[in-house]
Structures are given as structure tokens and as C-alpha cells.
Write a protein that binds this ligand. Structure first.
Ligand code: NAP
Length: 172
């Protein structure tokens, strides 16, 4: 793969952190964002100079927009990893409005804002990769994860439209 400018969301821990390290160790320039600056600083220290960190709360459009306008490299993002996510394991009837809001804004709305933010550059360059970390939940039914399932399946559905559009079939 040619050298990419990679944006990994939720990179402070877990899968996002490992992906940021894997991309950086292969010489890609990584923009690693998250909510916790301390976790990000320790990631940056391991990145061999290839990782740039920044705060970005995926549950906040303002925060996403502010990150995207904060550095020249943000205009060069060629690979987006929509990784930031929170899970929920409660029955639908017990989901609080706050939980529903948090899961949807982080896992779905935030990921959509991220895609929208990188799309103009990708369209101009006629190339780009968007990698959504979804879940088996888009294929299986887990009765205690309805809101998580709605968010992940929603992101899958949203992204299918872009796949079809970039293939040149824009009907519907
Ligand atoms: N692990 C699995 O088995 C599994 C299976 C299927 C799908 N996934 C998906 O894989 C992705 C990563 O999961 P993981 O297992 O690595 O979980 P994790 O260790 O909990 O990591 C999630 C990351 O997302 C960040 N995050 C959460 N809310 C955020 C927000 N509003 N803004 C920015 N960052 C935020 C967290 O940062 P903080 O430190 O700030 O909380 C954390 O760094 C998620 O989308 C998850 O749904 C995981």
C-alpha cells in the first residue's frame, strides 16, 4: 500500500491504538484522536515520529469539525478508520435517553461526520479508503444490544450508499 495519511478515531486504547501503531510501524502518517490526552501521549511516544495526536470527541460535531480544521494534514487524510465506539448491554426497554444519545452520537452520527469531513479531499484526489469498525451485531441478533445494533447497522447502511455512489450508480 502506498503511504497514507491515516485518521484513527478512538485511538487511545484497544483496537484503535493497535491499528495506529500498526499503520505507523509501516511508515504511514497517523492522526490519532481520542478524548483522553494522557492515553494519546503514551501512544505518540510509541509511534516513532509517525503519530500525531489530537483531542476529538466523536460524540460532538463541534469537536470533530474543530479537529478537521486544526492541521494541514487533515486535508490530506486518505484513510479514515472509524473506530471510536461504545457498547451497551441493556434491554431496549431499559435504555435511558442518555445512553441512546451517547451510543448513537458516538457510533453513528460521529462516524458520519468523520466521513463527511474526509470525503471532499478523497473525491478531489479520486481515491480514499474508509474503514468502519462494525461488529458481528450487524449480522446476528443480540437482545441486549438493540441500540448498539442500530448504530452499527446504521453506519453499515450509510456506507453502502457511498460504495454504490463511488461505483457510479447513484439511483435511489
Ligand atoms: N472488542 C470487540 O470485541 C469488538 C467487537 C466488535 C466491534 N468492536 C468495535 O471496535 C471498536 C473498538 O473497540 P475496542 O474493543 O477497542 O474498545 P475500547 O478498548 O473500549 O476502545 C474504544 C475506544 O473508543 C474511544 N471512544 C469512546 N467514545 C469516544 C468518543 N465519544 N470520542 C472519541 N473516542 C471515543 C475510547 O476512548 P476513551 O478512552 O476516551 O473512552 C477508546 O479509545 C468499537 O467501535 C467497537 O464497537 C469491538
Amino acid at each position: 500500500m502506498s503511504k497514507q495519511v491515516v485518521w484513527v478515531t478512538g485511538a487511545g486504547s484497544g483496537i484503535g491504538r493497535e491499528l495506529a501503531l500498526a499503520f505507523s510501524s509501516n511508515g504511514h502518517r497517523v492522526l490519532a484522536t481520542g478524548r483522553n490526552l494522557e492515553k494519546l501521549k503514551s501512544l505518540e511516544a510509541q509511534g516513532g515520529g509517525f503519530i500525531t495526536i489530537a483531542e476529538c470527541d466523536m460524540a460532538s460535531y463541534k469537536s470533530i469539525n474543530s479537529f478537521l480544521n486544526s492541521k494541514p494534514e487533515c486535508k490530506e487524510i486518505s484513510l479514515l478508520v472509524n473506530n471510536a465506539g461504545i457498547t451497551s448491554f441493556t434491554l431496549a426497554e431499559n435504555d435511558s435517553p442518555d445512553l441512546i444519545e451517547k451510543v448513537i452520537t458516538t457510533n453513528l452520527t460521529g462516524a458520519i461526520h468523520a466521513i463527511q469531513g474526509v470525503l471532499p479531499g478523497m473525491i478531489n484526489r479520486k481515491s480514499g479508503i474508509i474503514l468502519n469498525i462494525l461488529s458481528v451485531i450487524t449480522r446476528k441478533v443480540f437482545t441486549k444490544s438493540s441500540i448498539y445494533s442500530a448504530a452499527k447497522s446504521g453506519l453499515e447502511a450509510y456506507s453502502k450508499v457511498h460504495v454504490k455512489k463511488s461505483a457510479g450508480t447513484t439511483s435511489g
